[in-house]
Design a protein around this ligand. Structure first.
Ligand code: NAP
Length: 398
């Protein structure tokens, strides 16, 4: 019988064998990739005696065409009620009153962690020599930083007022023809993000957590993020994790928490990828890092993501690429991103067996060189298949 996922008294999810899971099909290529991913997820769940009662909710163009609203209240209410959901890519409406539907959903449900695992799948074409050395999990803060949307446009009365205020109150001289943005980084936001990352590292037997920041320049925002991160380790995880300075880089059996400046990190994830494991970082750094790393493993078309609030239990897993409108409805593009987001969702629900099966079957399919156009054009001797055929090939190998 279909049932709701609930949050238990200990803060862990209670997941029935037939959970009701809301989904947004997504705009553009969403019509292609969602049914393909759903087919694989259903087959893997069935293999483990589970069933998903999918519940469609609307957002984006489909919602606008049917209801006149880009993000209907009913959609938000449903995600709020059923805790865990999944979505395809959404068009960002131009002049639609909402900056981005994805950002809106994250803010409304306070999904403070953007979780992006980055690893290489055997056979995927990659621009680097040793993509297999990349196995990182990025915890990107999802609610603060320059993404808070606190910006004023050059030449407006608001910009003039803010520039004058900063000059009068702080003696800060800002060129009058400037746009100005504000970057808030709070103790609350930083600590809950690092807490989630360290807990993940401990639960999943990961070796280290690197706090990535630009604190050498932005001392009271990025630097404070780093300091608060180490405070969390000392105050809440002393028995299972330890900061670099507190152990001289020798953590014993504990998870090592270290930190690195963002620009050096972007070099070192390329040159020494095996030194990075779990990464906890602020919003903008996390945005750059996750896309750079996804490219390193050839995974732009298959990189998955999840937006999670570990306290309320809410989570929305999502394709990280856009709607690729030029390919919409052609049954052509790679369904890997939304499928692997489903794998992340299964892992989050504790369905590890079904998740591992999908990863194995996906790898076997790619190893057989049965791939969609994006991989086929980079591989020798590949058999190019349609999006739906790729899904069928994965199901055949489950
Ligand atoms: P995009 O849709 O991600 O497409 C850029 C390119 O990425 C495509 O032309 C294609 O490359 C490749 N690509 C995307 N999806 C793929 C897939 N499933 N399989 C294989 N290759 C794939 O980016 P965009 O054209 O800049 O954005 C289009 C719309 O998507 C915009 O409205 C944007 O706001 C929205 N968007 C939504 C999200 C989201 O919902 N999470 C994220 C980003 C953008 P080739 O041309 O080389 O084949």
């Amino acid at each position: 019988m279909p049932e709701k996922i609930t949050m238990g008294p200990t803060g862990a999810l209670t997941v029935p064998d037939e959970p009701i899971i809301p989904f947004i099909e997504g705009d553009g290529t969403g019509v292609d990739i969602w049914p393909a991913a759903q087919k694989v997820l259903d087959a893997a769940a069935a293999k483990h005696g589970k069933r998903i009662a999918w519940k469609e909710v609307l957002a984006g163009e489909k919602a606008f065409n049917e209801t006149g609203d880009w993000l209907p209240e009913d959609t938000v209410t449903t995600f709020r009620e059923y805790l865990i959901g999944i979505k395809g890519p959404l068009t960002t409406p131009v002049g639609g009153g909402i900056r981005s539907l994805n950002v809106a959903l994250r803010q409304i449900l306070d999904l403070y962690v953007c979780l992006r695992p980055v690893r290489w799948f055997t056979g995927v074409p990659s621009p680097v020599k040793h993509p297999e050395k990349v196995d990182m999990v990025i915890f990107r803060e999802n609610t603060e930083d320059i993404y808070a949307g606190l910006e004023v446009e050059e030449g407006t009365p608001e910009a003039k007022k803010l520039i004058e205020l900063l000059r009068d109150a702080f003696k800060w001289e800002i060129r009058p023809d400037s746009g100005v943005g504000i970057k808030p980084i709070s103790e609350t936001g930083s600590k809950r993000l690092v807490r989630a990352a360290v807990k993940y590292a401990v639960d999943k037997d990961r070796k280290s957590v690197t706090l990535v920041h630009k604190g050498n320049i932005q001392k009271f925002t990025e630097g404070a993020f780093r300091n608060w991160g180490y405070d969390v380790v000392r105050d809440e995880f002393a028995d299972v994790a330890v900061g670099w300075d507190d152990c001289g880089g020798k953590p014993g059996s504990k998870v090592l928490v270290k930190d690195a400046i963002a620009d050096i990190t972007l070099q070192q994830v390329l040159t020494r990828p095996d030194e990075f494991d779990v990464i906890a970082t602020t919003n903008l750094n996390g945005d750059y890092l996750s896309d750079a790393l996804a490219a390193q493993v050839g995974g732009i078309g298959i990189a998955p993501g999840g937006n999670i609030n570990y306290v309320s239990g809410h989570g929305i897993f999502e394709a990280t690429h856009g709607t690729a409108p030029k390919y919409a409805g052609q049954d052509k593009v790679n369904p890997g991103s939304v499928l692997l987001s489903g794998v992340m969702m299964f892992e989050h629900l504790g369905w590890d067996g079904a998740a591992a099966d999908i990863v194995r079957a996906l790898e076997a399919t790619i190893a057989d060189k049965v791939v969609t156009y994006d991989f086929a054009r980079l591989m020798e001797g590949a058999t190019e298949v349609k999006c739906s055929e790729f899904a069928s090939a994965i199901v055949d190998r489950l």
